[in-house]
Write a protein that binds this ligand. Structure first.
Ligand SMILES: [Zn+2]
Length: 125
């Protein structure tokens, strides 16, 4: 059993002790860092890398969310517009029997389209 000097208080402590009995300075950490790979720089690197990653991810994330919202509203507008495009000729050309369902489809299409327009306006205005 070797004795080492505590780097904190200078007292001689057993090299097997995990901490200085006098000032509770953690010794085992110091021993492992001097013999093996130094954990502190890796830790700092990892932390800074994580911080950079977080910083880089925060900005595009909000932009992406807005883009995705806009995209879903555009898709809803497209669906509503398509329903209208289908419903109008169907009602015109389909005769009496088609008036009911085509009107129903057209109204739904109009509601979806208008709702999507209002939604995109609400989210961006
Ligand atoms: Zn000590």
């Amino acid at each position: 059993m070797a004795l080492i000097d505590c780097p904190e208080c200078g007292r001689q402590v057993s090299s097997l002790a995990t901490a200085c009995p006098d000032c509770a300075y953690p010794l085992q950490k110091k021993v492992s860092s001097s013999s093996g790979a130094p954990p502190a720089p890796t830790d700092d690197l990892l932390r800074s890398a994580l911080a950079t990653d977080r910083r880089a991810r925060t900005a595009p994330n909000s932009v992406q969310t807005i883009e995705q919202t806009a995209k879903s509203w555009k898709a809803a507008q497209l669906i509503g517009g398509l329903l209208l495009v289908v419903a109008i000729p169907w009602g015109v050309l389909g005769g009496e029997r088609a008036i009911g369902p085509s009107l129903f489809l057209g109204v739904i299409g109009l509601i979806v389209y208008l709702a999507a327009r209002m939604g995109s306006w609400w989210h961006h205005g």
